[in-house]
Design a protein around this ligand. Structure first.
Ligand code: 9MG
Length: 262
């Protein structure tokens, strides 16, 4: 899953994909490098990021979804917590909704996803993006994230979402300390609630810099690849990344080791 931020304040692309042409160019590059899903987001979820209106988020994302749909048959994901943004993207041709609130932020989201028959990424987050990193606290982070997935699976199926459409994501960096993130990465197979696939997003995240003792964003690219490889061996099927080529190459090598090349 290649990340396509269409936000002027995106922390890792400096906003350079904010224009439609630049966004499409970046998406095409990620597709050429092997991305099978493009995740399009119009509101930054980094800690402390400014909130964006529904209208603005739709104006940023819908044209990108529609333009990519017209030229590519792969999977398009809309990264949003807002039901109206998800509905607009699904109408423009998106295939799945990536909601970092696990479909808890907007009471209309589950209904939109059920009606749209789309895939759903249920991510765990403690708190909300503005405050989540202030004082994350858990008695047992793995048990609490797992419990959240169990509760969400039951609620979303009751709301009419096909369980086969759901995948889970532990939400690395979303209301978690470095130790919480590492504990979750250690316990990935335990998080596949209901046998559903896992998605993981570690790309360029700050916990990598903290482990390495580096403030340089460029230092986070190769450790991201290392985590991707390790997570694939632990069963993670979808990897949300900025740098598609090296992560796809790592996945191909790990899969060759796990399954052979025949
Ligand atoms: C939008 N976004 C930022 N980080 C993410 C992560 O780790 N997972 C998912 N599903 N979305 C994310």
């Amino acid at each position: 899953m290649g990340i396509l931020n269409v936000t002027p304040d995106s922390f890792s692309d400096g906003g350079c994909h904010a224009g439609l042409a630049a966004a499409l160019e970046h998406a095409r590059r990620m597709i050429a490098e092997g991305a099978e899903i493009i995740d399009i987001g119009g509101e930054s979820t980094r800690p402390g990021a400014a909130e964006v209106s529904v209208e603005e988020e739709i104006a940023r994302t819908r044209p990108v979804v529609a333009a990519l749909r017209a030229e590519w048959d792969g999977l398009l994901s809309i990264d949003t917590m807002k039901a109206a943004v998800a509905a607009a993207a699904l109408e423009a041709g998106a295939d799945l909704v990536n909601d970092v609130s696990g479909l808890t932020a907007d009471p209309a989201m589950a209904g939109v996803c059920a009606a749209g028959g789309c895939g759903v990424v249920v991510m765990h987050m403690q708190g909300d993006p503005r405050t989540m990193q202030l004082a994350p606290r858990y008695d047992d982070v793995v048990a609490e994230v797992r419990g959240f997935f169990e509760e969400r699976l039951a609620a979303l199926v009751a709301a009419g979402i096909d369980p086969e459409a759901i995948c889970f994501d532990p939400g690395i960096g979303f209301g978690k300390s470095v130790e919480h993130n590492l504990a979750l990465l250690r316990a990935l197979p335990e998080l596949a609630v209901g046998g559903r696939p896992l998605l993981l997003g570690v790309s360029r995240k700050s916990f990598i810099g903290k482990v390495l003792g580096s403030l340089d964003l460029a230092d986070r690219a190769w450790p991201t690849v290392a985590i991707t490889a390790r997570a694939r061996e632990a069963g993670v099927m979808i990897h949300r990344v900025h740098d598609v080529k090296p992560n796809v190459e790592a996945l191909k090598m790990v899969e060759a080791i796990l399954m052979g090349v025949g």
